[in-house]
Design a binder for this molecule. Structure first.
Ligand code: ANZ
Ligand code: ZN
Length: 861
C-alpha cells in the first residue's frame, strides 16, 4: 500500500530528528579535509524573503554535498543585527531596538529552521550582543595602537529641523526622511580606518582570486582606482606658494594653458587678490550645495571662476592663469589639475566655454592638428611637438623622459594615486557598537583599557531622534572617569559603522563563545580561508573589500595566517516577478486584484515587466506561504531548478507546482512498489551477472546521472541542469519499472532509485531521507557517502539498430554502443524476426551503418 506524500508531517519530523541528533554539528576530525561553507548573514529585518531562501538553499547544497563527500564541513549562521531599521522602529513606534531585534531574530531563526538548512546552530552569533561587539571594540583598540584608526574632521548630513545627524540612507534627494527639510553639511571629528595603507595589496590580490567572479573583481579594481602618474609643482607668481598637481599625462606638460583648482582648494584664499575672494567663496558654496543635492552620476555643466592669480610652468616658464573649477574633485589627487585642452576632453570643453587657448603638443602620426579647427581633444598617443627637447619623440616615451627631467629639476616626481579613501567608521547612531575611547581634558583621547571591555550600550536613551548622537542623551553613559587620570571625562558617543561588524564575523564563528580572544588562532589555521562564500552582488564592493582589509590587518597583527578571507565567491542573482499595476492606484498586490481588475476601482489591471521582488513594487512572495502549501523541499527545489545560481530567477507559481509534482513522482516511484524495492539489494557487479539490453541501459543512466550531477555541483554550480538530469533519470526509471520483471532488473532498479535519492538529497533533503529510510537503509541519508560512478557501467551504453531486409524494416536490435560489425552481424542474424526472413536463404550482402542501421540483402526464394 502506498503512503501519501505529507510534506508537512515529513519535514517537521525530519527537522526534529536532525536537531535532536545534532546532525550538522561541526566535527573537526583529525584526518578529514575541511570545508568552510558560508552564506552572507542576514540583517534581522523581521521576515526572510525569497532572496534569502535562494541564497541559503544554494549554500546548503554545497554544505550537504561536501559532507557527503566526506569533508569536515563548517556551515554556520548568524545575524548582522546592528543597524538603522531597529533605531527607526524605536523612533517611530517606541520599541527598544534590542527588543525589536531579538523578536525579529527569533522569528527568522524559526523560518530558516523550517527550510531544513544544515547549519551548526551551536555557533550562531548576533553582532548586537555584547559578547560579540566586545571584540569589535578590541579590534578597534588594536587598530588604534597600530595607527590604523585615527581621527579627522569630516562632514555629516545634518537636519536643522530635527536637529540631528542623518545617515546617508535617511537622506532622500537631499531631504530629511522624516520632515523633508533640506539637509545641510556639518563638520565633526570622526574616526577613520586606514584602508588606504592596503590599497596596493587589495588591488594586487584581485589578480590572484581565481575563484571570484570577474565582475566583482573588476568592481573592486575600479573602486580602488589605482592611477600611476606624476606630481608636478607649479610656483605661484609673486608668492612663495606652489600648486601641486597630479597628472597621468606628464607628456602633455608643454600644452598646459591654464590651471584648475577644486573650488574649496586651500590655496585659493592665499593666492587670490582680496577683491576676488567674495566671488570665489560664493562659487565654492554653490559647488558644495550642488554636490550634496545632485545624484552622483548626473554631471553638471563645467563651470569656473578666474582666481586672478597666475602660476609658472616649471619646464617652459610660461605664465598660466589659475581657475577654480567645479569638475575638480577636492579629495582626489592633489585637488588641482594642470589643464591641457588639446588633449583632455574636460579641459577642452572648459577652454572653449571660457575662451582659453588650446595648444597642441601631440600630433597623430603623419598628421598635424589645427587647434582652431579641433572639435574635440586628441587623447591618443602620438608624436611630440612644440615641446622643446622632446619634439619628435613618441608621446609615451616622452612621458617617461619628462618625468625624469622633472625629478632632476626637483619640481616633480613619479607617484601613484588611488580613488579609494580611508573608511569613515563613525556613526551618530544608537544601535551600533560603541567606540571604546574617552575624551579627557588633560589626557586627550584615551582608549578604554582592554579589561574594561565591552563598553555596553546604555538603556536610558532618548529616542526622540534629536542631537548629535542618541548616546549623548544618556548621562550614565557619557560621563565616565578618565581611564588614565581618573578625573571626570566624556565618553565617545558615536558608534561604529555596521560594516565593521560584518568585516570579521566569519572568524568569530570559529570559536563563537571564546572569552579570551576574538577568535581562536588554531581554529583559524584549520578553517580559513572560507572555501565557498555565497551572497548578493550588492556587496561586491564595500563588505567584501572591508572583510579583505580586516583579514590583512589581522594577519599583520599575527592573528591569522591567510592573506585573503574567501577562496571562492558566488554571487547569486535576484529573485524577480512580474509587477501588476492599476493606472489609478499604482502597484497592486495579488490580494488587490479581483478577476483581472483593481479591487479599489474596478479598472482592468496591467501586468508589467518582470522586476526584482520588492515591497514597494508589491511583487513579493512570502516564503512562509509557499512552504506551508508545498513544503520546504519544493521551495528549495524550485529556487535551485528555475535558474543557474548566478542568474536572475523569474518566480512562477507553475514552476513551483512543477517542482512539487516532480517530488510526488519520485515519492510514488518508491512507495508504489516499496515491498519489492525494499526486499531487493542494489545491483552489484562484483557478484551479479553482467547486464544486457535495457537493464544495462538503465544502469548506464544511473551512472551517467551520478557523473553529471557531481560535475555540475562541483565545478559549475549548475544546480538547474543537475536537477534536470535527475528528472530525466526518473523518467527512465518509470519506463523501466513498467517492464522490469526479473530479479536482476529489480536490483538494477533499486540501484537507480537509490542514486536518484542520493543525488537529490542536497537539494530536497527531507523527502529523500524519508524514502531512503523506507527502503530499509540503516545509515541516515545525510551520512551516506556521495555515490561514485562506474566507468564500466557508462561504457555499456546500448544503441538500437534498425534492421532492413531487402530494403524493408523488419526488426530492431539493441547492441552495446561501439560494437564492431562482426558483433552486430552476429546479434542481427540471431534475432528471431530476422531469422524468419532469412532462414534458408543466402545472405548476399550485409551493410552496417554504425549505431543506426543494418542492411541485409538475401537471395530471392
Ligand atoms: C593633465 C592631463 C592631460 C590629464 C591630459 C589627463 C589628460 P585618473 O586616471 O582618473 O587618475 N585630475 C587629477 N586630479 C583630479 C581631480 N582632483 N579632479 C578631477 N580631475 C583630476 O585621472 C587623472 C587625470 O585626471 C589627471 O591627468 C588630471 O588631468 C585629472 F591630456 O593631467 B590629467
Ligand atoms: Zn585624563
Amino acid at each position: 500500500m502506498s503512503k501519501r506524500y505529507d510534506h508537512r508531517e515529513i519535514e517537521l519530523r525530519r527537522q526534529g530528528l536532525w536537531e535532536r541528533g545534532n546532525a550538522f554539528a561541526t566535527v573537526a576530525e583529525g584526518g578529514a579535509e575541511t570545508c568552510y561553507v558560508l552564506e552572507m548573514f542576514p540583517y534581522p529585518s523581521g521576515r526572510i524573503h525569497m532572496g534569502h531562501v535562494r541564497n541559503y538553499s544554494i549554500g546548503d547544497v554545497v554544505a550537504r554535498y561536501q559532507r557527503m563527500r566526506g569533508r569536515s564541513v563548517l556551515h554556520p549562521m548568524g545575524w548582522d543585527s546592528f543597524g538603522l531599521p531597529a533605531e527607526n522602529a524605536a523612533i517611530q513606534h517606541g520599541i527598544h531596538p534590542a527588543r525589536w531585534t531579538d523578536e525579529n531574530i527569533a522569528r527568522m531563526r524559526a523560518q530558516l529552521k523550517r527550510l531544513g538548512l544544515s547549519y551548526d546552530w551551536s555557533r550562531e552569533v548576533a553582532t548586537s550582543s555584547p559578547e560579540y561587539y566586545r571584540w569589535n571594540q578590541w579590534i578597534f583598540l588594536k587598530f588604534l595602537e597600530r595607527g590604523l584608526a585615527y581621527r579627522k574632521r569630516s562632514s555629516v548630513n545634518w537636519c536643522p529641523r530635527c536637529s540631528t545627524v542623518l545617515a546617508n540612507e535617511q537622506v532622500e534627494d537631499g531631504l530629511c526622511w522624516r520632515c523633508e527639510s533640506a539637509v545641510q553639511a556639518r563638520e565633526l571629528d570622526q574616526w577613520f580606518f586606514r584602508i588606504t595603507d592596503y590599497a596596493d595589496e587589495l588591488l594586487d590580490y584581485t589578480y590572484r582570486l581565481r575563484g571570484w567572479p570577474e565582475r566583482v573583481l573588476t568592481m573592486q579594481r575600479n573602486w580602488i582606482g589605482r592611477s600611476a602618474g606624476a606630481e608636478v609643482d607649479f610656483p605661484v607668481e609673486g608668492s612663495q606658494e606652489k600648486i601641486r598637481v597630479f597628472t597621468t599625462r606628464p607628456d602633455t606638460l608643454y600644452g598646459v594653458t591654464f590651471m584648475s583648482l577644486a573650488a574649496e582648494h586651500r590655496l585659493i584664499e592665499k593666492i587670490a587678490p582680496a577683491d576676488r575672494l567674495g566671488a570665489l567663496r560664493e562659487f565654492a558654496s554653490r559647488v558644495r550645495a550642488r554636490a550634496a543635492a545632485a545624484p552622483r552620476d548626473a554631471e553638471p555643466p563645467k563651470e569656473g571662476v578666474f582666481t586672478g592669480a597666475y602660476c609658472i610652468n616649471p619646464l617652459n616658464g610660461e605664465r598660466v592663469p589659475v581657475y577654480a573649477a567645479n569638475f575638480v574633485v577636492a579629495g582626489y589627487g592633489t585637488g588641482a589639475v594642470m589643464a591641457v585642452p588639446a588633449h583632455d576632453q574636460r579641459d577642452f570643453e572648459f577652454a572653449r566655454a571660457y575662451g582659453l587657448p588650446v595648444k597642441v603638443v601631440i600630433n597623430p602620426p603623419g598628421e598635424e592638428l589645427d587647434p582652431a579647427a579641433m572639435e574635440r581633444a586628441y587623447t591618443e598617443p602620438g608624436v611630440m611637438t612644440a615641446s622643446g627637447d622632446f619634439d619628435g619623440m613618441g608621446s609615451e616615451e616622452a612621458g617617461e623622459a619628462i618625468t625624469e627631467r622633472l625629478e632632476e629639476l626637483g619640481c616633480g616626481r613619479r607617484t601613484v594615486t588611488y580613488r579609494l579613501r580611508d573608511w569613515g567608521v563613525s556613526r551618530q547612531r544608537y544601535w551600533g557598537c560603541p567606540i571604546p575611547v574617552v575624551y579627557c581634558e588633560d589626557c586627550g583621547v584615551v582608549p578604554v583599557p582592554y579589561e574594561d571591555l565591552p563598553v555596553v550600550l546604555p538603556e536610558d536613551v532618548d529616542f526622540s531622534g534629536q542631537g548629535l548622537s542618541p548616546l549623548e542623551s544618556s548621562p550614565s553613559f557619557v560621563n565616565a572617569p578618565c581611564p588614565r587620570c581618573g578625573r571626570p571625562a566624556r565618553r565617545e558617543t558615536d558608534t561604529m559603522d555596521t560594516f565593521v561588524d560584518s568585516s570579521w564575523y566569519f572568524l568569530r564563528y570559529l570559536s563563537p563563545r571564546g572569552e579570551n580572544a576574538p577568535f581562536d588562532r588554531d581554529e583559524a589555521r584549520r578553517w580559513m580561508p572560507v572555501d565557498q562564500y555565497i551572497g548578493g552582488i550588492e556587496h561586491a564592493v564595500m563588505h567584501l573589500l572591508y572583510a579583505r582589509f580586516f583579514t590583512k590587518a589581522l594577519r599583520d597583527m599575527g592573528l591569522v595566517d591567510v592573506d585573503e578571507p574567501f577562496e571562492r565567491l558566488l554571487t547569486q542573482g535576484m529573485v524577480c516577478k512580474e509587477i501588476t499595476r492599476c493606472a489609478e492606484h499604482g502597484y497592486l498586490a495579488p490580494e488587490e486584484v479581483r478577476d483581472g481588475r483593481c479591487a479599489h476601482c474596478g479598472a482592468p489591471v496591467e501586468i508589467g515587466a518582470v522586476e526584482k521582488m520588492s515591497k514597494s513594487k508589491k511583487n513579493t512572495v512570502d516564503p512562509d506561504h509557499i512552504i506551508e502549501r508545498y513544503g520546504a523541499d519544493t521551495t528549495r527545489l524550485f529556487s535551485l531548478f528555475a535558474a543557474p545560481p548566478e542568474k536572475d530567477l523569474d518566480w512562477s507559481e507553475e514552476g513551483v507546482e512543477g517542482a512539487y509534482r516532480f517530488i510526488g513522482r519520485v515519492w510514488r516511484l518508491v512507495t508504489e512498489e516499496l515491498d519489492t524495492l525494499a526486499s531487493t539489494p542494489p545491483y552489484d557487479p562484483a557478484v551479479d551477472p553482467p547486464l544486457e539490453g535495457e537493464a544495462a541501459g538503465l544502469r548506464r543512466s544511473t551512472h551517467a546521472t551520478i557523473k553529471k550531477v557531481t560535475a555540475d555541483i562541483e565545478r559549475r554550480f549548475h544546480f538547474n541542469t543537475a536537477i534536470a538530469a535527475v528528472m530525466e533519470h526518473v523518467n527512465l526509471l518509470y519506463q523501466f519499472r513498467a517492464k522490469a520483471g526479473g530479479e536482476l532488473e529489480r536490483k538494477v532498479m533499486r540501484e537507480g532509485v537509490e542514486a536518484a535519492l542520493l543525488l537529490l538529497s542536497p537539494f530536497a533533503p527531507h523527502f529523500t531521507e524519508e524514502l531512503w529510510e523506507m527502503l530499509g537503509n540503516r545509515t541516515p541519508l545525510h551520512e551516506t557517502p556521495w555515490p561514485d560512478y562506474s566507468e564500466e557501467a557508462l561504457a555499456v551504453e546500448s544503441v538500437e539498430v534498425v534492421v532492413q531486409i531487402n530494403g524493408k524494416v523488419r526488426s530492431r536490435v539493441t547492441v552495446p554502443a561501439g560494437s564492431d560489425e562482426e558483433t552486430v552481424r552476429e546479434r542481427v542474424m540471431a534475432d528471431e524476426r530476422v531469422r524468419r526472413w532469412t532462414e534458408g536463404r543466402e545472405v548476399k550482402k550485409f551493410v552496417y551503418v554504425p549505431g543506426r542501421l543494418a542492411n541485409v540483402v538475401v537471395a530471392g526464394r
